[in-house]
Design a protein around this ligand. Structure first.
Ligand SMILES: *Cc1c(COP(=O)(O)O)cnc(C)c1O
Length: 342
């Protein structure tokens, strides 16, 4: 059976590095949305909690209910409360005035302010209206946050947006005081914004996803970081045969044997969430052996007859190959693949 291994030592190495940047473990919220970027929600929640992390962010209420016992606070990023009585530990990101007005009384919320990404969040000019609504509807404001659009890029956009964020914070604090509301926690940095920070963060905590799993897409001309990939993917042998010179293997027969060779198929395919390779390039597995021919739904083919092969222990090359980002390669791996901590 195929499996994913989770390297605990590497995970803790990354968390350590990020906690040092942020100024302490308590200043890290681990982002474990989307099955912890494919690593396995339960496993990563437990490991983070054992490391001493107290806050996590997830995609929806279902994920939150699943792992809330491991944390003091679980922030739901992309869902609305489905019931009126929901655990005290769970709070919801509010992305617009429209939806702010629909939240049940006493809901725990984090208010998102749009400081330039223009994806989600209330406008800067709506801060007063939003806070007034929060007070009138007796919502429990636990946090105010924003999200940066260009934290990876070699230009000044991050600094421009950080300035907008400082403005927004100032404005929010002024209105909170006027309304006699308590100060909530402020947060803005994702992994990249935190890593790029030189002087420690001004916020109460940072929301870290991809760097905890060992990757960053920060432009290499800005800096490189000592992060270690956490996930490896293994596949097991399904069958072995001799492919004779002149024979072709797999759909479309796109791989032609130039000489006799022993080949085997292994139990990972695009149905498992591994990207579909069309067999026309030179895509390689972890030990640099080529994948032979097209990837099928449930299998792929490699020369030799080893019982187990490692498909990757670092997805950087794969994500370059498929012109995507590490996030996508990791997140797509199906939840049914067995996960094992090593
Ligand atoms: C996914 C997400 C993050 C984490 O981003 P990384 O780049 O993986 O660190 C942080 N904040 C919000 C709002 C997100 O949606």
């Amino acid at each position: 059976m195929s499996k994913i291994t989770i390297n605990k030592q590497n995970y803790y190495h990354n968390l350590d590095l990020l906690a040092k940047k942020a100024g302490g473990k308590e200043k890290i919220m681990v982002v474990i949305k989307d099955n912890a970027y494919g690593h396995g929600l339960d496993i990563m929640a437990k490991l983070a909690s054992e490391f001493g992390i107290k806050k996590a962010a997830v995609k929806n209420t279902e994920e939150a209910l699943h792992i809330e016992q491991f944390f003091d606070e679980v922030l739901v990023l992309a869902d609305h409360p489905s019931e009126h009585k929901i655990s005290k530990r769970i709070s919801f990101a509010v992305h617009s005035l429209e939806f702010l007005k629909t939240f049940p009384k006493n809901s725990n919320i984090h208010l998102n302010i749009d400081t330039g990404m223009h994806r989600n969040g209330i406008l800067m000019g709506e801060i007063q209206e939003a806070l007034t609504c929060i007070k009138e509807n007796s919502l429990n404001l636990r946090g105010i946050f924003t999200h940066f659009r260009s934290a990876d890029d070699l230009n000044g956009e991050l600094f421009w947006q950080e300035e907008n964020w400082q403005e927004a914070k100032k404005e929010a604090k002024k209105e909170l005081k006027a309304l006699k509301l308590d100060l909530p926690l402020f947060h803005s940095c994702n992994s990249s914004a935190l890593l790029r920070n030189k002087a420690g963060i001004k916020d109460d905590f940072a929301r870290c996803g991809i760097a905890t799993y060992g990757y960053t897409h920060i432009d290499k001309n800005i800096a490189t970081y000592d992060l270690k990939p956490v996930m490896s993917l293994y596949a097991n042998r399904l069958s072995t045969r001799v492919l004779r010179k002149g024979q072709k293997v797999g759909y479309g027969g796109v791989h032609l044997a130039q000489k006799d060779k022993v080949i085997s198929t292994y139990d990972i395919g695009y149905g498992d969430g591994f990207f579909r390779y069309n067999g026309l390039g030179d895509l390689k597995i972890a030990n640099k052996q080529e994948i032979l021919g097209r990837i099928s739904m449930d299998s792929l083919c490699v020369e030799g007859d080893r019982d187990e092969i490692c498909l990757f222990d670092d997805v950087s090359e794969l994500s370059n190959y498929f012109s995507t980002i590490s996030y996508e390669i990791l997140t797509k791996l199906m939840p049914w693949i067995k996960r094992e901590v090593i």
